[in-house]
Structure formats: C-alpha cells, structure tokens
Design a protein. Structure first.
Length: 353
C-alpha cells in the first residue's frame, strides 16, 4: 500500500472486520466487495503509517450505494422541479388555463412540484445526515435540524399523498375521455368534488395520521420513519387505493384502444404502436410505481440484484416530474398549436406594419 504523505488511504473492508460487526461470513453468504465500506488508514506527514486502521465504517453496508443514490436523487429531483415549473409557466403564458383539462394539468403539476420539493429537502436535511449510520430507521439525533425532522417526514408523506391523488384524477380524466367520450357526464361539472379529493382529502387523512403518530411517543426520536404496525395503514391505504384504481383504469384504457384500433385496421395492429402507447401512458397513470411492491432495505441486504432494484426505484421516483412534463407539456398538441398560432399572428402583424 502506497500513499502521499499526510493523506488518507482507503481499502475495502476485509472479512475479519465484517465478522467483528457480526455479519455472516459463510461462503454461501459472502458479502460482495461492491457493497462493502472502506477501512481507512492515515499516512503521516513524515511518510510513515499510523499503526491503527479505522474500521468503523465497516459496520455500514452499502454506504457508497446509498450515497450515490442520494446524490442521483437530488440531481434528478432538481431537474424535475425546474421542468415542472417551466410547464406551469408555459401553460399560463399561452393562456391555456381556460380549458378544464389544462386546469387539471396545472393542479397535477403543482402536486408534482410540491412532492418533489419536499423529497429534495428531505434528502438534503434528513437522508444525507443519516448515511453515516448502519440502521435504515432514521434517528432524530443523527440529522440536521433535529427539532424539525418529524415535520420534514410528515410533509414529505403528505405531498406524496397529494401527488397520488392528482395522479388518480388525471388517470380518471384520460380514461373517461377515451372510453366515455360521447355519453359520459363531463368531469368539469364535478370541479368542486375534484378539488376536494385532490387537496383536502389527503390533508384530512394526514391530520388523522399525525394525531396517531403523536400518541406513539416511542417513535418521536425516530423522525417518524419507522412503522407503527397496523395503524400505519392510516397513511398507506390511500396511496395504495389510488395506485390500484389507476392500474385498473390503465388496463381498461389499453384494452379499449386496442379493440378500437384492431377494428379500424380490419383486425391488424402494429406491436410497436402498442408498446409506444403503453409506455407513454404508464408514467401518467403512475404504473411505474409497481416496482415499489418490492421493499428493499439497503442496510440489510447483500444482494447486488436487490441493490440494483433499489437504485432503479429511486431513479424512477425522481424522474416523475421530468417524464410527465415532457409527455403532457412539451409533446402536447395544444402547446405546439397555440405557440405556432401566436408566432403566426406576430409575423402577420409585423408584415402589416
């Protein structure tokens, strides 16, 4: 081992150090190098090594993976926020908000902005401060702004619930517009009910959840990142309901469009067209969150496959705003047509002058 004077040298934790921290070192369960942390040794200014090697980080599995995931999340979330805000500005600038569908989109984008902003703040002020510890449950004393860590967790969950709510509303609108285009009652007549469901219902549920949490004083020092048994379903029920309802709508919409397309094309349809359509609709309905059916604790698994799934889960979640903005704004025909029309009128007025 060689190093520059007055520097730190790192090497993957050896088996001996892992055994000291009670990790199973059987041949069948050997911990891959990719998820081992680093042992650190200091080279002094005179060019000699300090005798002691620091093995403290060896107690933390997948530390590098978790750090990489958090950095990736922060970058992707920032991009999603910028693009989502840009989409809102475009809709307002082009005055498309007079259309009811655009009003729904504006609320949907607002929910994405709020949930992504809270996820970003949560990662910066809560998750990053916890990376030095081996437990996946976050303790209050381990993070910045200790007094507010429960508030961060609460708002993070609340905005996520609002996002699921508006995702369901968007899914219902797209489904009904296609399947019941000519004989369904217009959703605009249900405007007040839609806003209550989108904004107030999640807040009411979270208020109840917050009261239940306050009664469990044993979880106060864990930033509310642990579960409270079956009572946790007070929070979990609504997102699961929105997801599975949207999944049913998505499957029925795909079935409906497939039947129509096959009928129009006399029994023939192109597979590529269907793959493209299904892929485009997937993030709008939130179908990509199916991957979250697999719950992964990065501090408790030695499987490289599960850690790869863990990375994908976080990337998918962080990219929601980016993908939805591209599909519903930048590829939106209303946007391109209105923008082209404005440019045409400007050129006409310039010529007349």
């Amino acid at each position: 081992m060689s190093a520059e004077p007055d520097s730190m040298s790192k090497t993957k934790c050896p088996d001996m150090s892992l055994m000291a921290f009670h990790y199973d070192d059987d041949d069948d369960n050997e911990i891959p190098l990719a998820i081992r942390s680093n042992a650190v040794k200091k080279c002094q200014s005179n060019g000699t090594w300090i005798q002691h090697t620091d093995y403290r980080d060896c107690s933390i599995l997948a530390k590098d993976v978790r750090q990489s995931v958090v950095k990736t999340r922060i970058i992707l979330q920032s991009i999603s926020i910028i693009l989502s805000i840009g989409a809102v500005i475009i809709f307002i600038y082009l005055r498309l908000y007079v259309k009811f569908y655009i009003q729904l989109l504006l609320n949907f984008f607002t929910s994405i902005i709020l949930s992504t902003m809270m996820a970003l703040l949560y990662d910066i002020y809560v998750t990053k401060g916890h990376l030095q510890f081996s437990d996946n449950v976050i303790l209050q004393k381990q993070v910045k702004f200790q007094k507010y860590c429960r508030t961060f967790t609460f708002l993070y969950k609340e905005t996520r619930m609002m996002n699921y709510s508006w995702m369901l509303i968007e899914g219902i609108f797209l489904h009904n517009s296609a399947v019941f285009a000519f004989h369904c009652k217009k959703m605009s007549e249900w405007r007040r009910t839609i806003y209550i469901f989108g904004w107030f219902v999640p807040n009411i549920i979270m208020a109840i959840y917050g009261v239940i949490r306050l009664k469990h004083s044993d979880s106060m020092d864990r930033c509310w990142t642990d579960t409270i048994g079956t009572l946790e379903w007070t929070f979990m029920f609504f997102p699961y309901f929105c997801f599975f309802f949207n999944l049913l709508l998505y499957c029925n919409l795909i079935r409906f469009i497939l039947i129509k397309t096959v009928f129009i094309n006399n029994g023939h349809t192109k597979e590529f067209t269907w793959i493209k359509l299904a892929t485009i609709l997937m993030p709008i309905f939130g179908i990509q969150y199916t991957i979250y059916m697999v719950t992964i604790d990065p501090t408790a698994t030695t499987s490289l496959f599960l850690l790869a799934i863990f990375r994908i889960q976080n990337i998918v979640e962080s990219l929601q705003g980016t993908i939805v903005t591209i599909i519903l704004c930048f590829l939106n025909k209303d946007i391109t047509m209105t923008d082209s029309s404005k440019q045409y009128h400007r050129s006409e007025s310039t010529i007349k002058r």
